[in-house]
Design a protein around this ligand. Structure first.
Ligand SMILES: Nc1ncnc2c1ncn2[C@@H]1O[C@H](COP(=O)(O)OP(=O)(O)OP(=O)(O)O)[C@@H](O)[C@H]1O
Ligand SMILES: [Mg+2]
Length: 354
């Protein structure tokens, strides 16, 4: 079902992306692969569908789910818990049934127990070792940029895995592309992963033709006839971001013509938590985003002036540092010497909500 809002996990349900699937299959020969692309573009779907189609052993760790909004950290216990539960899912498969048995660690900790970080780190390493021993596996860290906030330093663990466990292939996905690059630190001599080769696959929005086809096919599955004009408007407003196209398709099936309005307003509401979390990190982020949303495309000087008008004095250095972070997080794009917000619903959310 094309309009299901869960990440697709079967290649039959995956629209387009043949090239990326091939690329991902090929890159499994490498030790480490990065899957990069903005939010709701289909990173998790690509990975899950491809790996399921291959019938290989893999564990899929959702790092975002381990992130704690209050402490703004990924507590070691929660990361470990995510790894553990993905391991349990894997162990349901016949071939790897004894995997838990061979894991010579207590996998379960009492809720709320305080376990020394070192012990958790060792247990995480043991999970990797066991997977390596059973003939290898693919370990996916979804939304891996959150690993930056992990209380157990995972980078040295990944470097160790890279160097010594050649059965393990690591896949890191990231919607905050710059931040994921920072975490991996391939160009940073201080990073434990410095100089390690990785392949990367970048996911782009669907072009107009593909977006149209996606919607037509989705509505076809539901047996719904949609006016060409409605399709055209949705295609031009949603900019090929598959997650929003899905959302539109679902809403249209429920409420018809108003769906596009509803994608905007409900999408903006959905984004609220995400944006508030970002904005709580710096008071400048919201002003900068608002400036760019309002201007559509903004030059550096426009942004600076806008922010200065909002907060009184704003130093070049501060605005420029904050703008750079927003680019790293993927909220703002730079095109020539102009800045813009690529996601149309984020732009709308900024105009309406902040
Ligand atoms: N190739 C595809 N074919 C059909 N549906 C897709 C495809 N890619 C993504 N989708 C749908 O789009 C939505 C977003 O996809 P997915 O969760 O995989 O994206 P993501 O990049 O991992 O997003 P996030 O940043 O939110 O984790 C889901 O509803 C998913 O089912
Ligand atoms: Mg995802």
């Amino acid at each position: 079902m094309l309009f299901s809002t869960e990440p697709k996990d079967s290649i039959e349900d995956l629209f387009d992306r043949e090239r990326e699937v091939e690329k991902l299959k090929n890159s499994l020969k490498e030790r480490m692969t990065l899957i990069l692309g903005p939010r709701r573009i289909g990173k998790s779907s690509l990975v899950l569908s491809t790996l399921n189609s291959l019938g290989v052993n893999f564990i899929f760790v959702d790092v975002r789910r381990a992130y704690d909004d209050v402490s703004r950290k990924v507590p070691a216990e929660r990361l470990y818990e995510e790894m553990r539960s993905s391991l349990l899912r894997l162990s349901k498969r016949e071939r790897v049934k004894d995997i838990i048995g061979r894991l010579n660690v207590s996998l379960e900790y009492p809720v709320g127990a305080r376990i020394p970080i070192e012990e958790i780190k060792n247990n995480i390493l043991k999970i990797f070792e066991t997977l390596n021993d059973i003939g290898g596996a693919i370990v996916v860290f979804d939304e891996a940029q959150y690993l930056r906030y992990s209380t157990v330093g995972l980078r040295p663990v990944l470097a160790h895995v890279y160097d010594y466990m050649d059965g393990i292939t690591t896949i890191l996905t990231g919607s905050e592309v710059g931040l994921l690059h920072d975490f991996v630190g391939v160009d940073d001599p201080d990073s434990e992963l410095y100089g390690r080769y990785h392949s990367s696959i970048e996911l782009k929005p669907l072009d107009r033709e593909k977006s149209r086809e996606f919607l037509r096919r989705g509505f076809g599955e539901l047996g719904i006839d949609v006016d060409e004009g409605v399709l055209e408007r949705a295609v031009s407003e949603l900019d090929g971001i598959i997650g929003w196209l899905v959302y539109f398709g679902k809403l249209y099936a429920d409420r018809g013509e108003e769906a596009l309005e509803d994608v905007r307003s409900m999408g903006a509401r959905l984004l609220r938590k995400e944006l508030d979390e970002v904005f709580s990190r710096s008071p400048y982020y919201a002003h900068i985003m608002k400036a760019i949303a309002t201007l559509g495309r903004a030059r550096w000087k426009n942004v600076l002036n806008y922010v200065a008008a909002q907060v009184g004095r704003a130093s070049n250095v501060t605005v420029s540092r904050n703008l750079r972070n927003l680019i790293k997080m993927g909220f703002v794009e730079k095109d020539g010497d102009e800045y813009l917000i690529a996601d149309p619903i984020v732009r709308y959310a900024m105009l309406e909500g902040y």
